[in-house]
Design a protein around this ligand. Structure first.
Ligand SMILES: [Zn+2]
Length: 313
């Protein structure tokens, strides 16, 4: 019942995508190959049956901006059967809605492959705008010592396998359709995508958003989902790690937790208490590190909270 209400609100906020609309007006490769003569001779054949035109980007309905670390939602035209972003197969819901997202380091132009219900396939060029990342200078050597300790080396492969397995789990949830909320609010102490430079040496970028709050502060589910990992004992880096899948390959990770109040397989609802914030694993103080990923793409959690606001209601 609330679902209907939700859908109506979602429909009202769908907006055009001017940049994409502009670019998709460039002649498609297929159209360019087919000269006027070919079109004339085909006209007789086509007159006896209706062939759906190959859709352009503006024939989809979009919400959000295609930018590094960002997410967009779309509705496919009825003639479209399947979609791929680069090599990633996009899951499309029964109502035609889908989600796709762009890694922090996604290229400036990506390929959207469209397979029509009649079997034809074609590709659309999808421009991806550049993200703006902070540079954080750290006056300390890159943390190599801990990372190369014997215990870390021994434990890490199994931890990474668990994380990978959890993220790959397909669950049934409509959380991916929701406007997300922050799991906890407070001072931002780390920004998604920030490039860390350790005494002049570039380290890896920050893969989530950090919110610094007192240890023991409860945190909640940013959207509906299913628990796919609830670490029974602290991971070396992530500490007490919780991962929730929101459906369609979209997942949230919560790091350094003090305590987890849910277990693997639990269905959780937006706003439900999941546990408390801590400083377990590799953390210099209590904070919530919230990371979001979609089919291997690292995403900016803030984009999931704020995209509907910028879309206009
Ligand atoms: Zn962090």
């Amino acid at each position: 019942m609330s679902e209907q209400c939700h859908d109506r609100r979602v429909m009202a906020t769908w907006v055009g995508w001017p940049l994409l609309a502009m670019l998709s007006m460039m002649p498609l490769a297929a159209a360019a190959r087919q000269g006027p003569t070919a079109m004339a001779t085909d006209a007789a054949k086509l007159s006896s049956r209706v062939v759906a035109p190959l859709p352009k980007l503006e024939d989809f309905r979009w919400r959000g901006t295609a930018q590094q670390g960002g997410v967009v939602q779309g509705y496919r035209p009825a003639s479209v059967a399947a979609l791929w972003l680069g090599d990633i197969a996009i899951s499309v819901a029964d109502d035609g809605q889908f989600l796709m997202a762009f890694d922090r380091d996604a290229p400036s132009m990506m390929k959207l492959t469209v397979r029509m219900k009649d079997g034809r396939e074609h590709q659309l060029a999808m421009p991806v705008s550049a993200g703006k990342w902070r540079i954080e200078h750290v006056n300390a050597p890159m943390r190599g010592a801990a990372a190369s300790s014997a215990e870390f080396t021994r434990r890490r492969p199994a931890e990474l396998a668990q994380i990978q397995e959890a993220r790959a789990q397909e669950v049934v949830s409509d959380g991916w359709r929701q406007i997300f909320q922050w799991p906890v609010t407070g001072r931002f102490s780390g920004f998604f995508g920030a490039q860390r430079i350790y005494q002049g040496v570039a380290g890896s970028y920050h893969s989530g958003t950090d919110v610094a709050v007192a240890a023991g502060t409860p945190f909640v589910a940013p959207a509906d989902g299913v628990v796919v990992l609830a670490a029974a004992s602290p991971f070396t880096l992530e500490g007490n790690l919780l991962i929730i899948s929101h459906g369609m390959g979209l997942s949230s990770g919560f790091l350094h937790c003090q305590r987890l109040d849910v277990k693997r397989g639990d269905i959780v609802h937006q706003g439900q208490r999941l546990g408390t914030v801590g400083a377990t694993g590799r953390a210099t103080g209590p904070h919530m590190h919230w990371g979001v990923s979609w089919r291997g793409q690292r995403l900016n959690p803030g984009d999931f909270v704020e995209r509907r606001v910028s879309g206009g209601a």
